[in-house]
Design a protein around this ligand. Sequence first.
Ligand code: SF4
Length: 483
Amino acid sequence: MASYSISKSSFLKFEQCSKAFFLYKKHPYLRDKLSIDKRLTFKRGNDVGFFAQKLFPGGIDVSVETKNATQAYELTQKLIESKQSVIYEATFIFKEVLIMADILHYENGRYFAYEVKSSIKVSEVYLRDACLQYYVLKNSLPGFEDLFLTTLNADYILEGEIDPRKLFKKRSVKKEAEKNFGYFEDKIKDASLLIEMNAIPNISVGKHCFKPYPCDFFDTCWKDIANEESIFNLPFINKDKLFEWHEAGIKNVSEIKDEWIEKPGHLKIKNSFVNKSAIINRQKISELLATLQEPLAAVDMEIWSAAIPQLAGTKPFQQIPFLFCVSDGYKENYFLSEHFTDEREKFAQELIAQTEKYNTLLVYDKTMEELAINGLKSYCSEYALELEKVKEKLVDVFDIFRDLHYYDPKFKNNFSLKTLSEVFNTGVTYSDIQSGLEAMNQFEVLRNEPEGIEKQRLRQNLIDYCMNDATATLKLVEYLKKL
Ligand code: SF4
């Protein structure tokens, strides 16, 4: 029985940082707790991978039939011997490296593998991951011909039933993979040697902690660095610069010399940190507040972007608004599209009707709201003029903070509405839902939930989450007015 010590994901960790790889292999208990957003991203990947099995239906899923990687490998070998034509999660080992091919298809004496990604773009990491699989398959599966990186087709428009052959597009990685066989051989040797060593590699923190993925051992490596005084709390300053200072032994903001800072705005932030006092440009804040016209309200929207389109006429990852909340401090209104049918037109009508009486609509970072309104304009062009009026009424409160007319060192480098709300003590408390991705996920659950208590709970959670953001935006402006 072939043994393995390196999985595909541990190999990718090794490429990012040898220390991360070592900790993953030898001290997995040090891994950070998986965030809900990461869990949801994995779930989406799994859902798309599962759906892609429809490209080659009727296969045997090795991961379902077995309990661990060893059993998965043994079952794959048996299925290969019996010439099973489609295998899902087919497991192979070569030179201590274990890979699982999402789909393996046997046709006319040759094998073709498919690696499915829930993305419309082919990234450098996806390509590397697919090339590693190709390397293992080529060396362990007689008759293996090619591996196709399979991504979602950005141009696919759903009409009637989903057609998996049109939903996905594929590209061969044969050329890149074969060019890189030597690279993988060397890297695998290095990774195996590292496992045999009994010492944690002496790697210091750097840009590799964030790229291509945020590292899983962040808390372990950054615990002594990420303190209140750390230079990494500074917003807007280029990461290269921060790591350059860090490597030169500069740990705290107060140790940075003024002459090292090129931009006057950055110098202001530094001084704000050192003096523990907020930057307040009353003139600029007043100018923005003077543009607000009563009556005003704050608006927040939630967007759904399903990897696999669910509504006729939509594409993979198309952004579809499903909820908006409006609060003027006295009255709160919302519209939640929750049925299985396409309610974008109703959404547009409600948005126009519920914001009509206001002259200003406050938003915190209007990028998403503008995108959503533009999408609605093209979907229901008969409302384009009125929707444009809604867009013109939007005033972005984020501008004040992004342009540093107000900066409190307690924000550090986090300008999220939640952080600002806490610093300004707006009294808005966030509960069940913590992020837009979580809201999107709950919306998907809500759509499929039968009417009942649970559906009502999900509905209320979503409305509370969105309304909290609208209320917090309104409270920020109230706070700024008092200045
Ligand atoms: S946090 Fe950074 S230095 Fe530490 S293991 Fe991860 S990538 Fe390596």
